[in-house]
Design a protein. Structure first.
Length: 164
């Protein structure tokens, strides 16, 4: 005769809180890791670290307290997608006035000269396009091996919690 006993954290309901905390901790750590790697591949730009695209890389964790916890890495600059993905030829010129500071720094010219050169640079971008930085793809690729290890560790910790 065999006897089955139903006992332990999984059956008495005490495991859910521990599992939830471990999932949230993993998602938060993973999201911060990816954000840090994305920043490493983000061009500094003409405003430097504090005022440029790097500083606009942020994170958001949603769904805490549920089994659908989600981490998101994003940027908050209007030009961020273009810098990340690039611009294909024939797409039209960038908006007037948006490249003047970049031209000043890149070419080492004064504001008046940059204003005169901007049309030529905008036209060239329109005709030739440019390759993107692919900072989100590269950041995720660089973080991936660590993310896999973190996920495995979190899974083992959850299994241990469920076993009591």
């Amino acid at each position: 005769m065999a006897e089955i006993q139903v006992a332990g954290p999984l059956f008495d309901g005490s495991a859910q809180g521990d599992v939830q905390r471990r999932i949230e901790r993993f998602i938060t750590s993973a999201t911060l890791l990816v954000a840090r790697e994305v920043q490493k591949h983000t061009p500094q730009g003409v405003y430097g670290y504090q005022g440029g695209l790097i500083a606009s890389v942020g994170t958001e964790i949603s769904g805490k307290g549920t089994m659908l916890v989600k981490g998101e890495v994003f940027h908050s600059k209007p030009y961020g997608d273009v810098v990340d993905k690039g611009r294909s030829p024939g797409k039209g010129m960038p908006p007037a006035g948006t490249l003047e500071r970049w031209i000043e720094v890149k070419f080492g010219v004064d504001a008046k000269t940059a204003k005169r050169l901007e049309y030529v640079v905008r036209r060239k971008i329109s005709r030739k396009g440019f390759e993107g930085a692919h900072m989100f793809d590269k950041g995720l690729d660089d973080a991936w091996p660590v993310l896999v290890t973190m996920a495995r560790t979190a899974g083992l910790e959850i299994a241990r919690d469920l076993n009591g």
